[in-house]
Each structure stands twice: as structure tokens, then as C-alpha cells.
Design a protein around this ligand. Structure first.
Ligand SMILES: Cc1cc2nc3c(=O)[nH]c(=O)nc-3n(C[C@H](O)[C@H](O)[C@H](O)COP(=O)(O)O)c2cc1C
Length: 205
């Protein structure tokens, strides 16, 4: 069994149509520690010791957030800047995160085709999130492809929210029970739609 830490960052959760129900689902799952960063640190006064202890106690870290300006909302950067200290996350004796897995669970306003070489962003989402991947590399963690819902602004009217929340629940539950093919997921461009190809056999049944 793996211990999964969800670090949720949404500056306006009251307006969220997708991330809020996703986080609610995460909070209800055994084996998942669900942390609302903006609720815990409304003034961005992050408690480094608490956050480092949480990291050490978990195997899989999930940053859950809407995509804001091709990245995560500001508190995630503040969290990275303060929590991933030299001597803890990297550098001399900085091996506390080595061997853990990390991913972004994110939603975008733009449609899937925008996140492709031929689309308006000229790159897929994983490429745009490269600072997260390089940070993971430096800390000895393995970066897993982002779990994503594109076109999130229209998901409610198109009845796509519930399916995505269920897929998130499936993903988190499978992570807890070591039933995600993490090696395969770490090589993928994105985890979206049908997650079956990334689930080990016993999870599919
Ligand atoms: C400040 C801000 C920046 C945003 N930047 C992006 C962006 O870079 N790319 C994109 O596709 N959508 C962007 N969006 C749209 C959000 O990603 C979208 O509203 C969100 O994923 C919807 O999820 P929610 O219902 O949980 O808030 C942005 C929205 C805001 C408010």
C-alpha cells in the first residue's frame, strides 16, 4: 500500500466547477491525505517543518490545481521555494524525497488540441510543465505524466465533470493500492480519458 498526499491549490475554490468536486472526492478516500494549501495558508505563510514531515510520510505526491498561466497557482511555487530545501530535497544529504513519485492533477481552460505541437501552445502539457519534472528529477523523484481534464470551463454544461471526478477517484485508489503502472505512466504524455492502459490487471476488473 502506498501513502498518497494530495496538495490542492485553488485560489477561488468557491468558483471551481471541477477541482472542488475532485478535491472532495480525494478527501473521502482511505490512504489519501488531502491538504488544501490555500485553506491552511491563506497568507502563504507555509509551515516548512509540517510540509517536510508530510512529504517524508508519503510515497506519492499529487499537486492538484487548475492550470493558471501555464503553471500552478502561486501557492505551489511558494511551497516549492520554501519546502524543497537544500539538505532536505537535494544537495548534500538532501535525499529525503528520493524514490517517491510525483504528478500534477490539473485542469485546463483550453481544449486538448491547444496542447499539441500544431496547436496554439505549440507544445503538449507535459512539456509546458517541465519545471515540475526537472524539480522532481533534481530531488530524486520520478515524475508521472499529468492527469488532466481539458476544456474544464465547459465541462459542467457538457456533463464531463462527474466522469472526471470518478477517474480521479480511480487513479487515487489505484495509487494507494499500488495498482498503477507507474513506469508506464511516467513515460506517457498525459493521463486522460480512459485510464485502463495505466492500471495493472487486478484494478481493471
Ligand atoms: C488566472 C487564470 C489563469 C489561467 N491560465 C490558463 C492557462 O494558462 N491555460 C489554460 O488552458 N487555462 C487557463 N485558465 C483557465 C483555468 O485553467 C480553468 O478555468 C480551470 O481549469 C477550471 O477549473 P475549476 O472549475 O476547478 O476552476 C486560467 C484561468 C485563470 C483564472
Amino acid at each position: 500500500m502506498a501513502k498518497v498526499l494530495v496538495l490542492y491549490a485553488h485560489p477561488r475554490p468557491d468558483r471551481s466547477e471541477v477541482n472542488a468536486p475532485m478535491f472532495e472526492a480525494a478527501q473521502s478516500l482511505d490512504g489519501v491525505t488531502a491538504v488544501d494549501l490555500y485553506a491552511d495558508y491563506p497568507d502563504l505563510g507555509i509551515d516548512v517543518d509540517t510540509e517536510q514531515a508530510r512529504l517524508v510520510a508519503h510515497d506519492v505526491i499529487v499537486f492538484q490545481h487548475p492550470l493558471y498561466w501555464y503553471s500552478a497557482p502561486a501557492i505551489v511555487k511558494e511551497w516549492q521555494d520554501l519546502v524543497l530545501e537544500h539538505g532536505f530535497a537535494y544537495g548534500h544529504d538532501g535525499d529525503h524525497l528520493a524514490g517517491k513519485w510525483i504528478l500534477n492533477a490539473t485542469t485546463t481552460g483550453a481544449k486538448p488540441e491547444a496542447y499539441s505541437k500544431g496547436g496554439v501552445n505549440h507544445a503538449d502539457l507535459r512539456s509546458l510543465l517541465i519545471p515540475f519534472e526537472k524539480t522532481a528529477d533534481l530531488c530524486g523523484m520520478t515524475y508521472v505524466a499529468p492527469f488532466v481534464l481539458h476544456g474544464a470551463g465547459r465541462a459542467r454544461e457538457e456533463n464531463r465533470v462527474q466522469m472526471h471526478v470518478e477517474a480521479y477517484r480511480t487513479l487515487l485508489t489505484a495509487l494507494v493500492s499500488d495498482r498503477v503502472d507507474l513506469a508506464k505512466a511516467s513515460r506517457a504524455i498525459a493521463l486522460e480519458g480512459d485510464l485502463t492502459p495505466f492500471l495493472l490487471q487486478s484494478e481493471i476488473a
